[in-house]
Ligand binder design. Structure first.
Ligand code: CTP
Length: 400
């Protein structure tokens, strides 16, 4: 069941012109059975495969299939505003390209640009089309903006060949929608800023100073904040991770870029979590090209990077909550206590790093230190669970 409130949540289903359009009939019917209200929008190409009447009967609502139709009683802005989730299934290469570039010349793309809810798209097309760099880059753009992609499956395609391009199963699409809408809404209306990963400080064109942070904890925190209904801004240093669904990502490389990105967003963040492992120093001078090998001892002059967390805390309004991290190799609690006070954070997450601990691992054992002096040691947990526990504590602080 997708909802627990008396008014059913509304799903906007956009159908675009693929042979798989007929499966949208099953999807709409399944969503209705799961207790959702559904409004359907069709592109002119979808109309070549399916009829508005079918969807009108199934959804019990007027179908939006003409941008300039006189009989349409509700505007696209109203339709988009009502939706708890926008699902485009099947999504053609054409829709994906238009959505990635902000083109709105049919009912579905128009609604996409007008919507302000989570967006799920289920692509369906020939395998060569799906793998084309143009399509893949457009999908990456959409994912970076928080769109959730239900990947197509391997199988026999309408063109007779087999490969990856077949619309994901109706069950998978519906369960993706249900999972997303089952998310809690404890942080609804809040903006959460999370930093993640390492920074890289250039020595020359091909070398840099960095650290072993994988970004997993920061990404898990961003995903958890989204699950709790927050609007999430993730500022990420270089990592190998997929952007978490539903999250806006800003990619940065250096500490100075991370500082700038943080300052741009911080003023509107209710909760800020600095999980990034910011490099403390950067080379004073970046050498042009490749620094050539010298057989003598070389000296690299380093200058300290700004402490982003300290700067944000000094600008913090009373209503804003800040969480910092402490990565230590020894004297965990003593060092963390100093950081809690010096960086003036509401909550500090302390963990041991190095020697196979913390950085790069899937599990972590952390101790939470609170500004009122309390300490709370968590067991060794998967980083996703650590993120849950951190948000449980954040919500407790907010409720006091
Ligand atoms: N941090 C930051 N800017 C920096 C360095 C650290 O914002 N230039 C933040 C980190 O994101 C983390 C916290 O400060 O939330 C503590 O980072 P950590 O690396 O543990 O400590 P440092 O402040 O760098 O101190 P030290 O290296 O001496 O332990």
């Amino acid at each position: 069941m997708g909802t627990t409130c008396s008014t059913p949540q509304e799903i906007l289903v956009g159908v675009t012109g693929s042979i798989a359009a007929y499966k949208a009939i099953e999807i709409v019917s399944g969503l209705k059975k799961s207790g959702f209200a559904v409004t359907v929008a069709l592109t002119p190409s979808a109309l070549k495969f399916v009829t508005p009447l079918t969807f009108e009967i199934l959804s019990g609502k007027e179908v939006y299939s003409e941008v300039f139709a006189e009989k349409t009683k509700v505007s696209h802005i109203e339709i988009a505003a009502r939706a708890s989730l926008f699902l485009v299934a099947p999504a053609t290469a054409n829709f994906i390209a238009k959505a990635a570039h902000g083109i709105a010349d049919d009912p579905v793309t128009l609604l996409y640009l007008s919507s302000n809810c989570p967006v799920v798209i289920a692509p369906a097309m020939n395998e060569r089309m799906f793998n084309h760099p143009a399509v893949q880059e457009n999908l990456e753009t959409l994912m970076r903006r928080g769109v959730i992609i239900v990947s197509p499956e391997e199988g026999r395609l309408a063109c007779g060949s087999t490969g990856k391009g077949r619309l994901a199963s109706v069950e998978k699409i519906i369960s993706t929608v249900e999972k997303l809408l089952k998310k809690r809404s404890t942080l609804k209306g809040k903006t959460v800023l999370v930093t993640a990963g390492p920074t890289q400080e250039k020595i020359d064109e091909i070398r840099y100073i960095s650290n072993y942070s994988s970004g997993k904890t920061g990404y898990a925190l961003a995903a958890e904040a989204f699950k709790r209904g927050a609007q999430v801004e993730l500022i990420s240093g270089p990592t190998n991770l997929e952007p978490p669904p539903g999250v806006n990502v800003t990619y940065v490389k250096t500490a100075l870029e991370m500082r700038k990105a943080c300052l741009d967003i911080f003023f509107r963040a209710d909760i800020t979590i600095m999980a990034a492992a910011v490099a403390d120093y950067r080379p004073v001078k970046k050498f042009d090209g490749k620094l050539k090998k010298s057989h003598n001892l070389i000296t690299l002059e380093l200058v300290e990077n700004p402490d982003i967390l300290k700067e944000l805390s000094s600008k913090k309004k009373k209503t804003q909550l800040i969480v910092g991290f402490a990565a230590e190799t020894s004297n965990l609690l003593e060092n963390a206590q100093v950081k809690l006070q010096e960086k003036k954070v509401d909550l500090l997450v302390a963990n041991l790093v190095g020697d196979g601990k913390g950085f790069g691992q899937d599990f972590n054992q952390v101790t939470l230190l609170f500004s009122d002096g309390r300490k709370h040691k968590l067991p060794l947990l998967p980083k996703e669970k650590v993120a849950e526990k951190i948000f449980d504590q954040i919500e407790k602080i907010l409720s006091n």
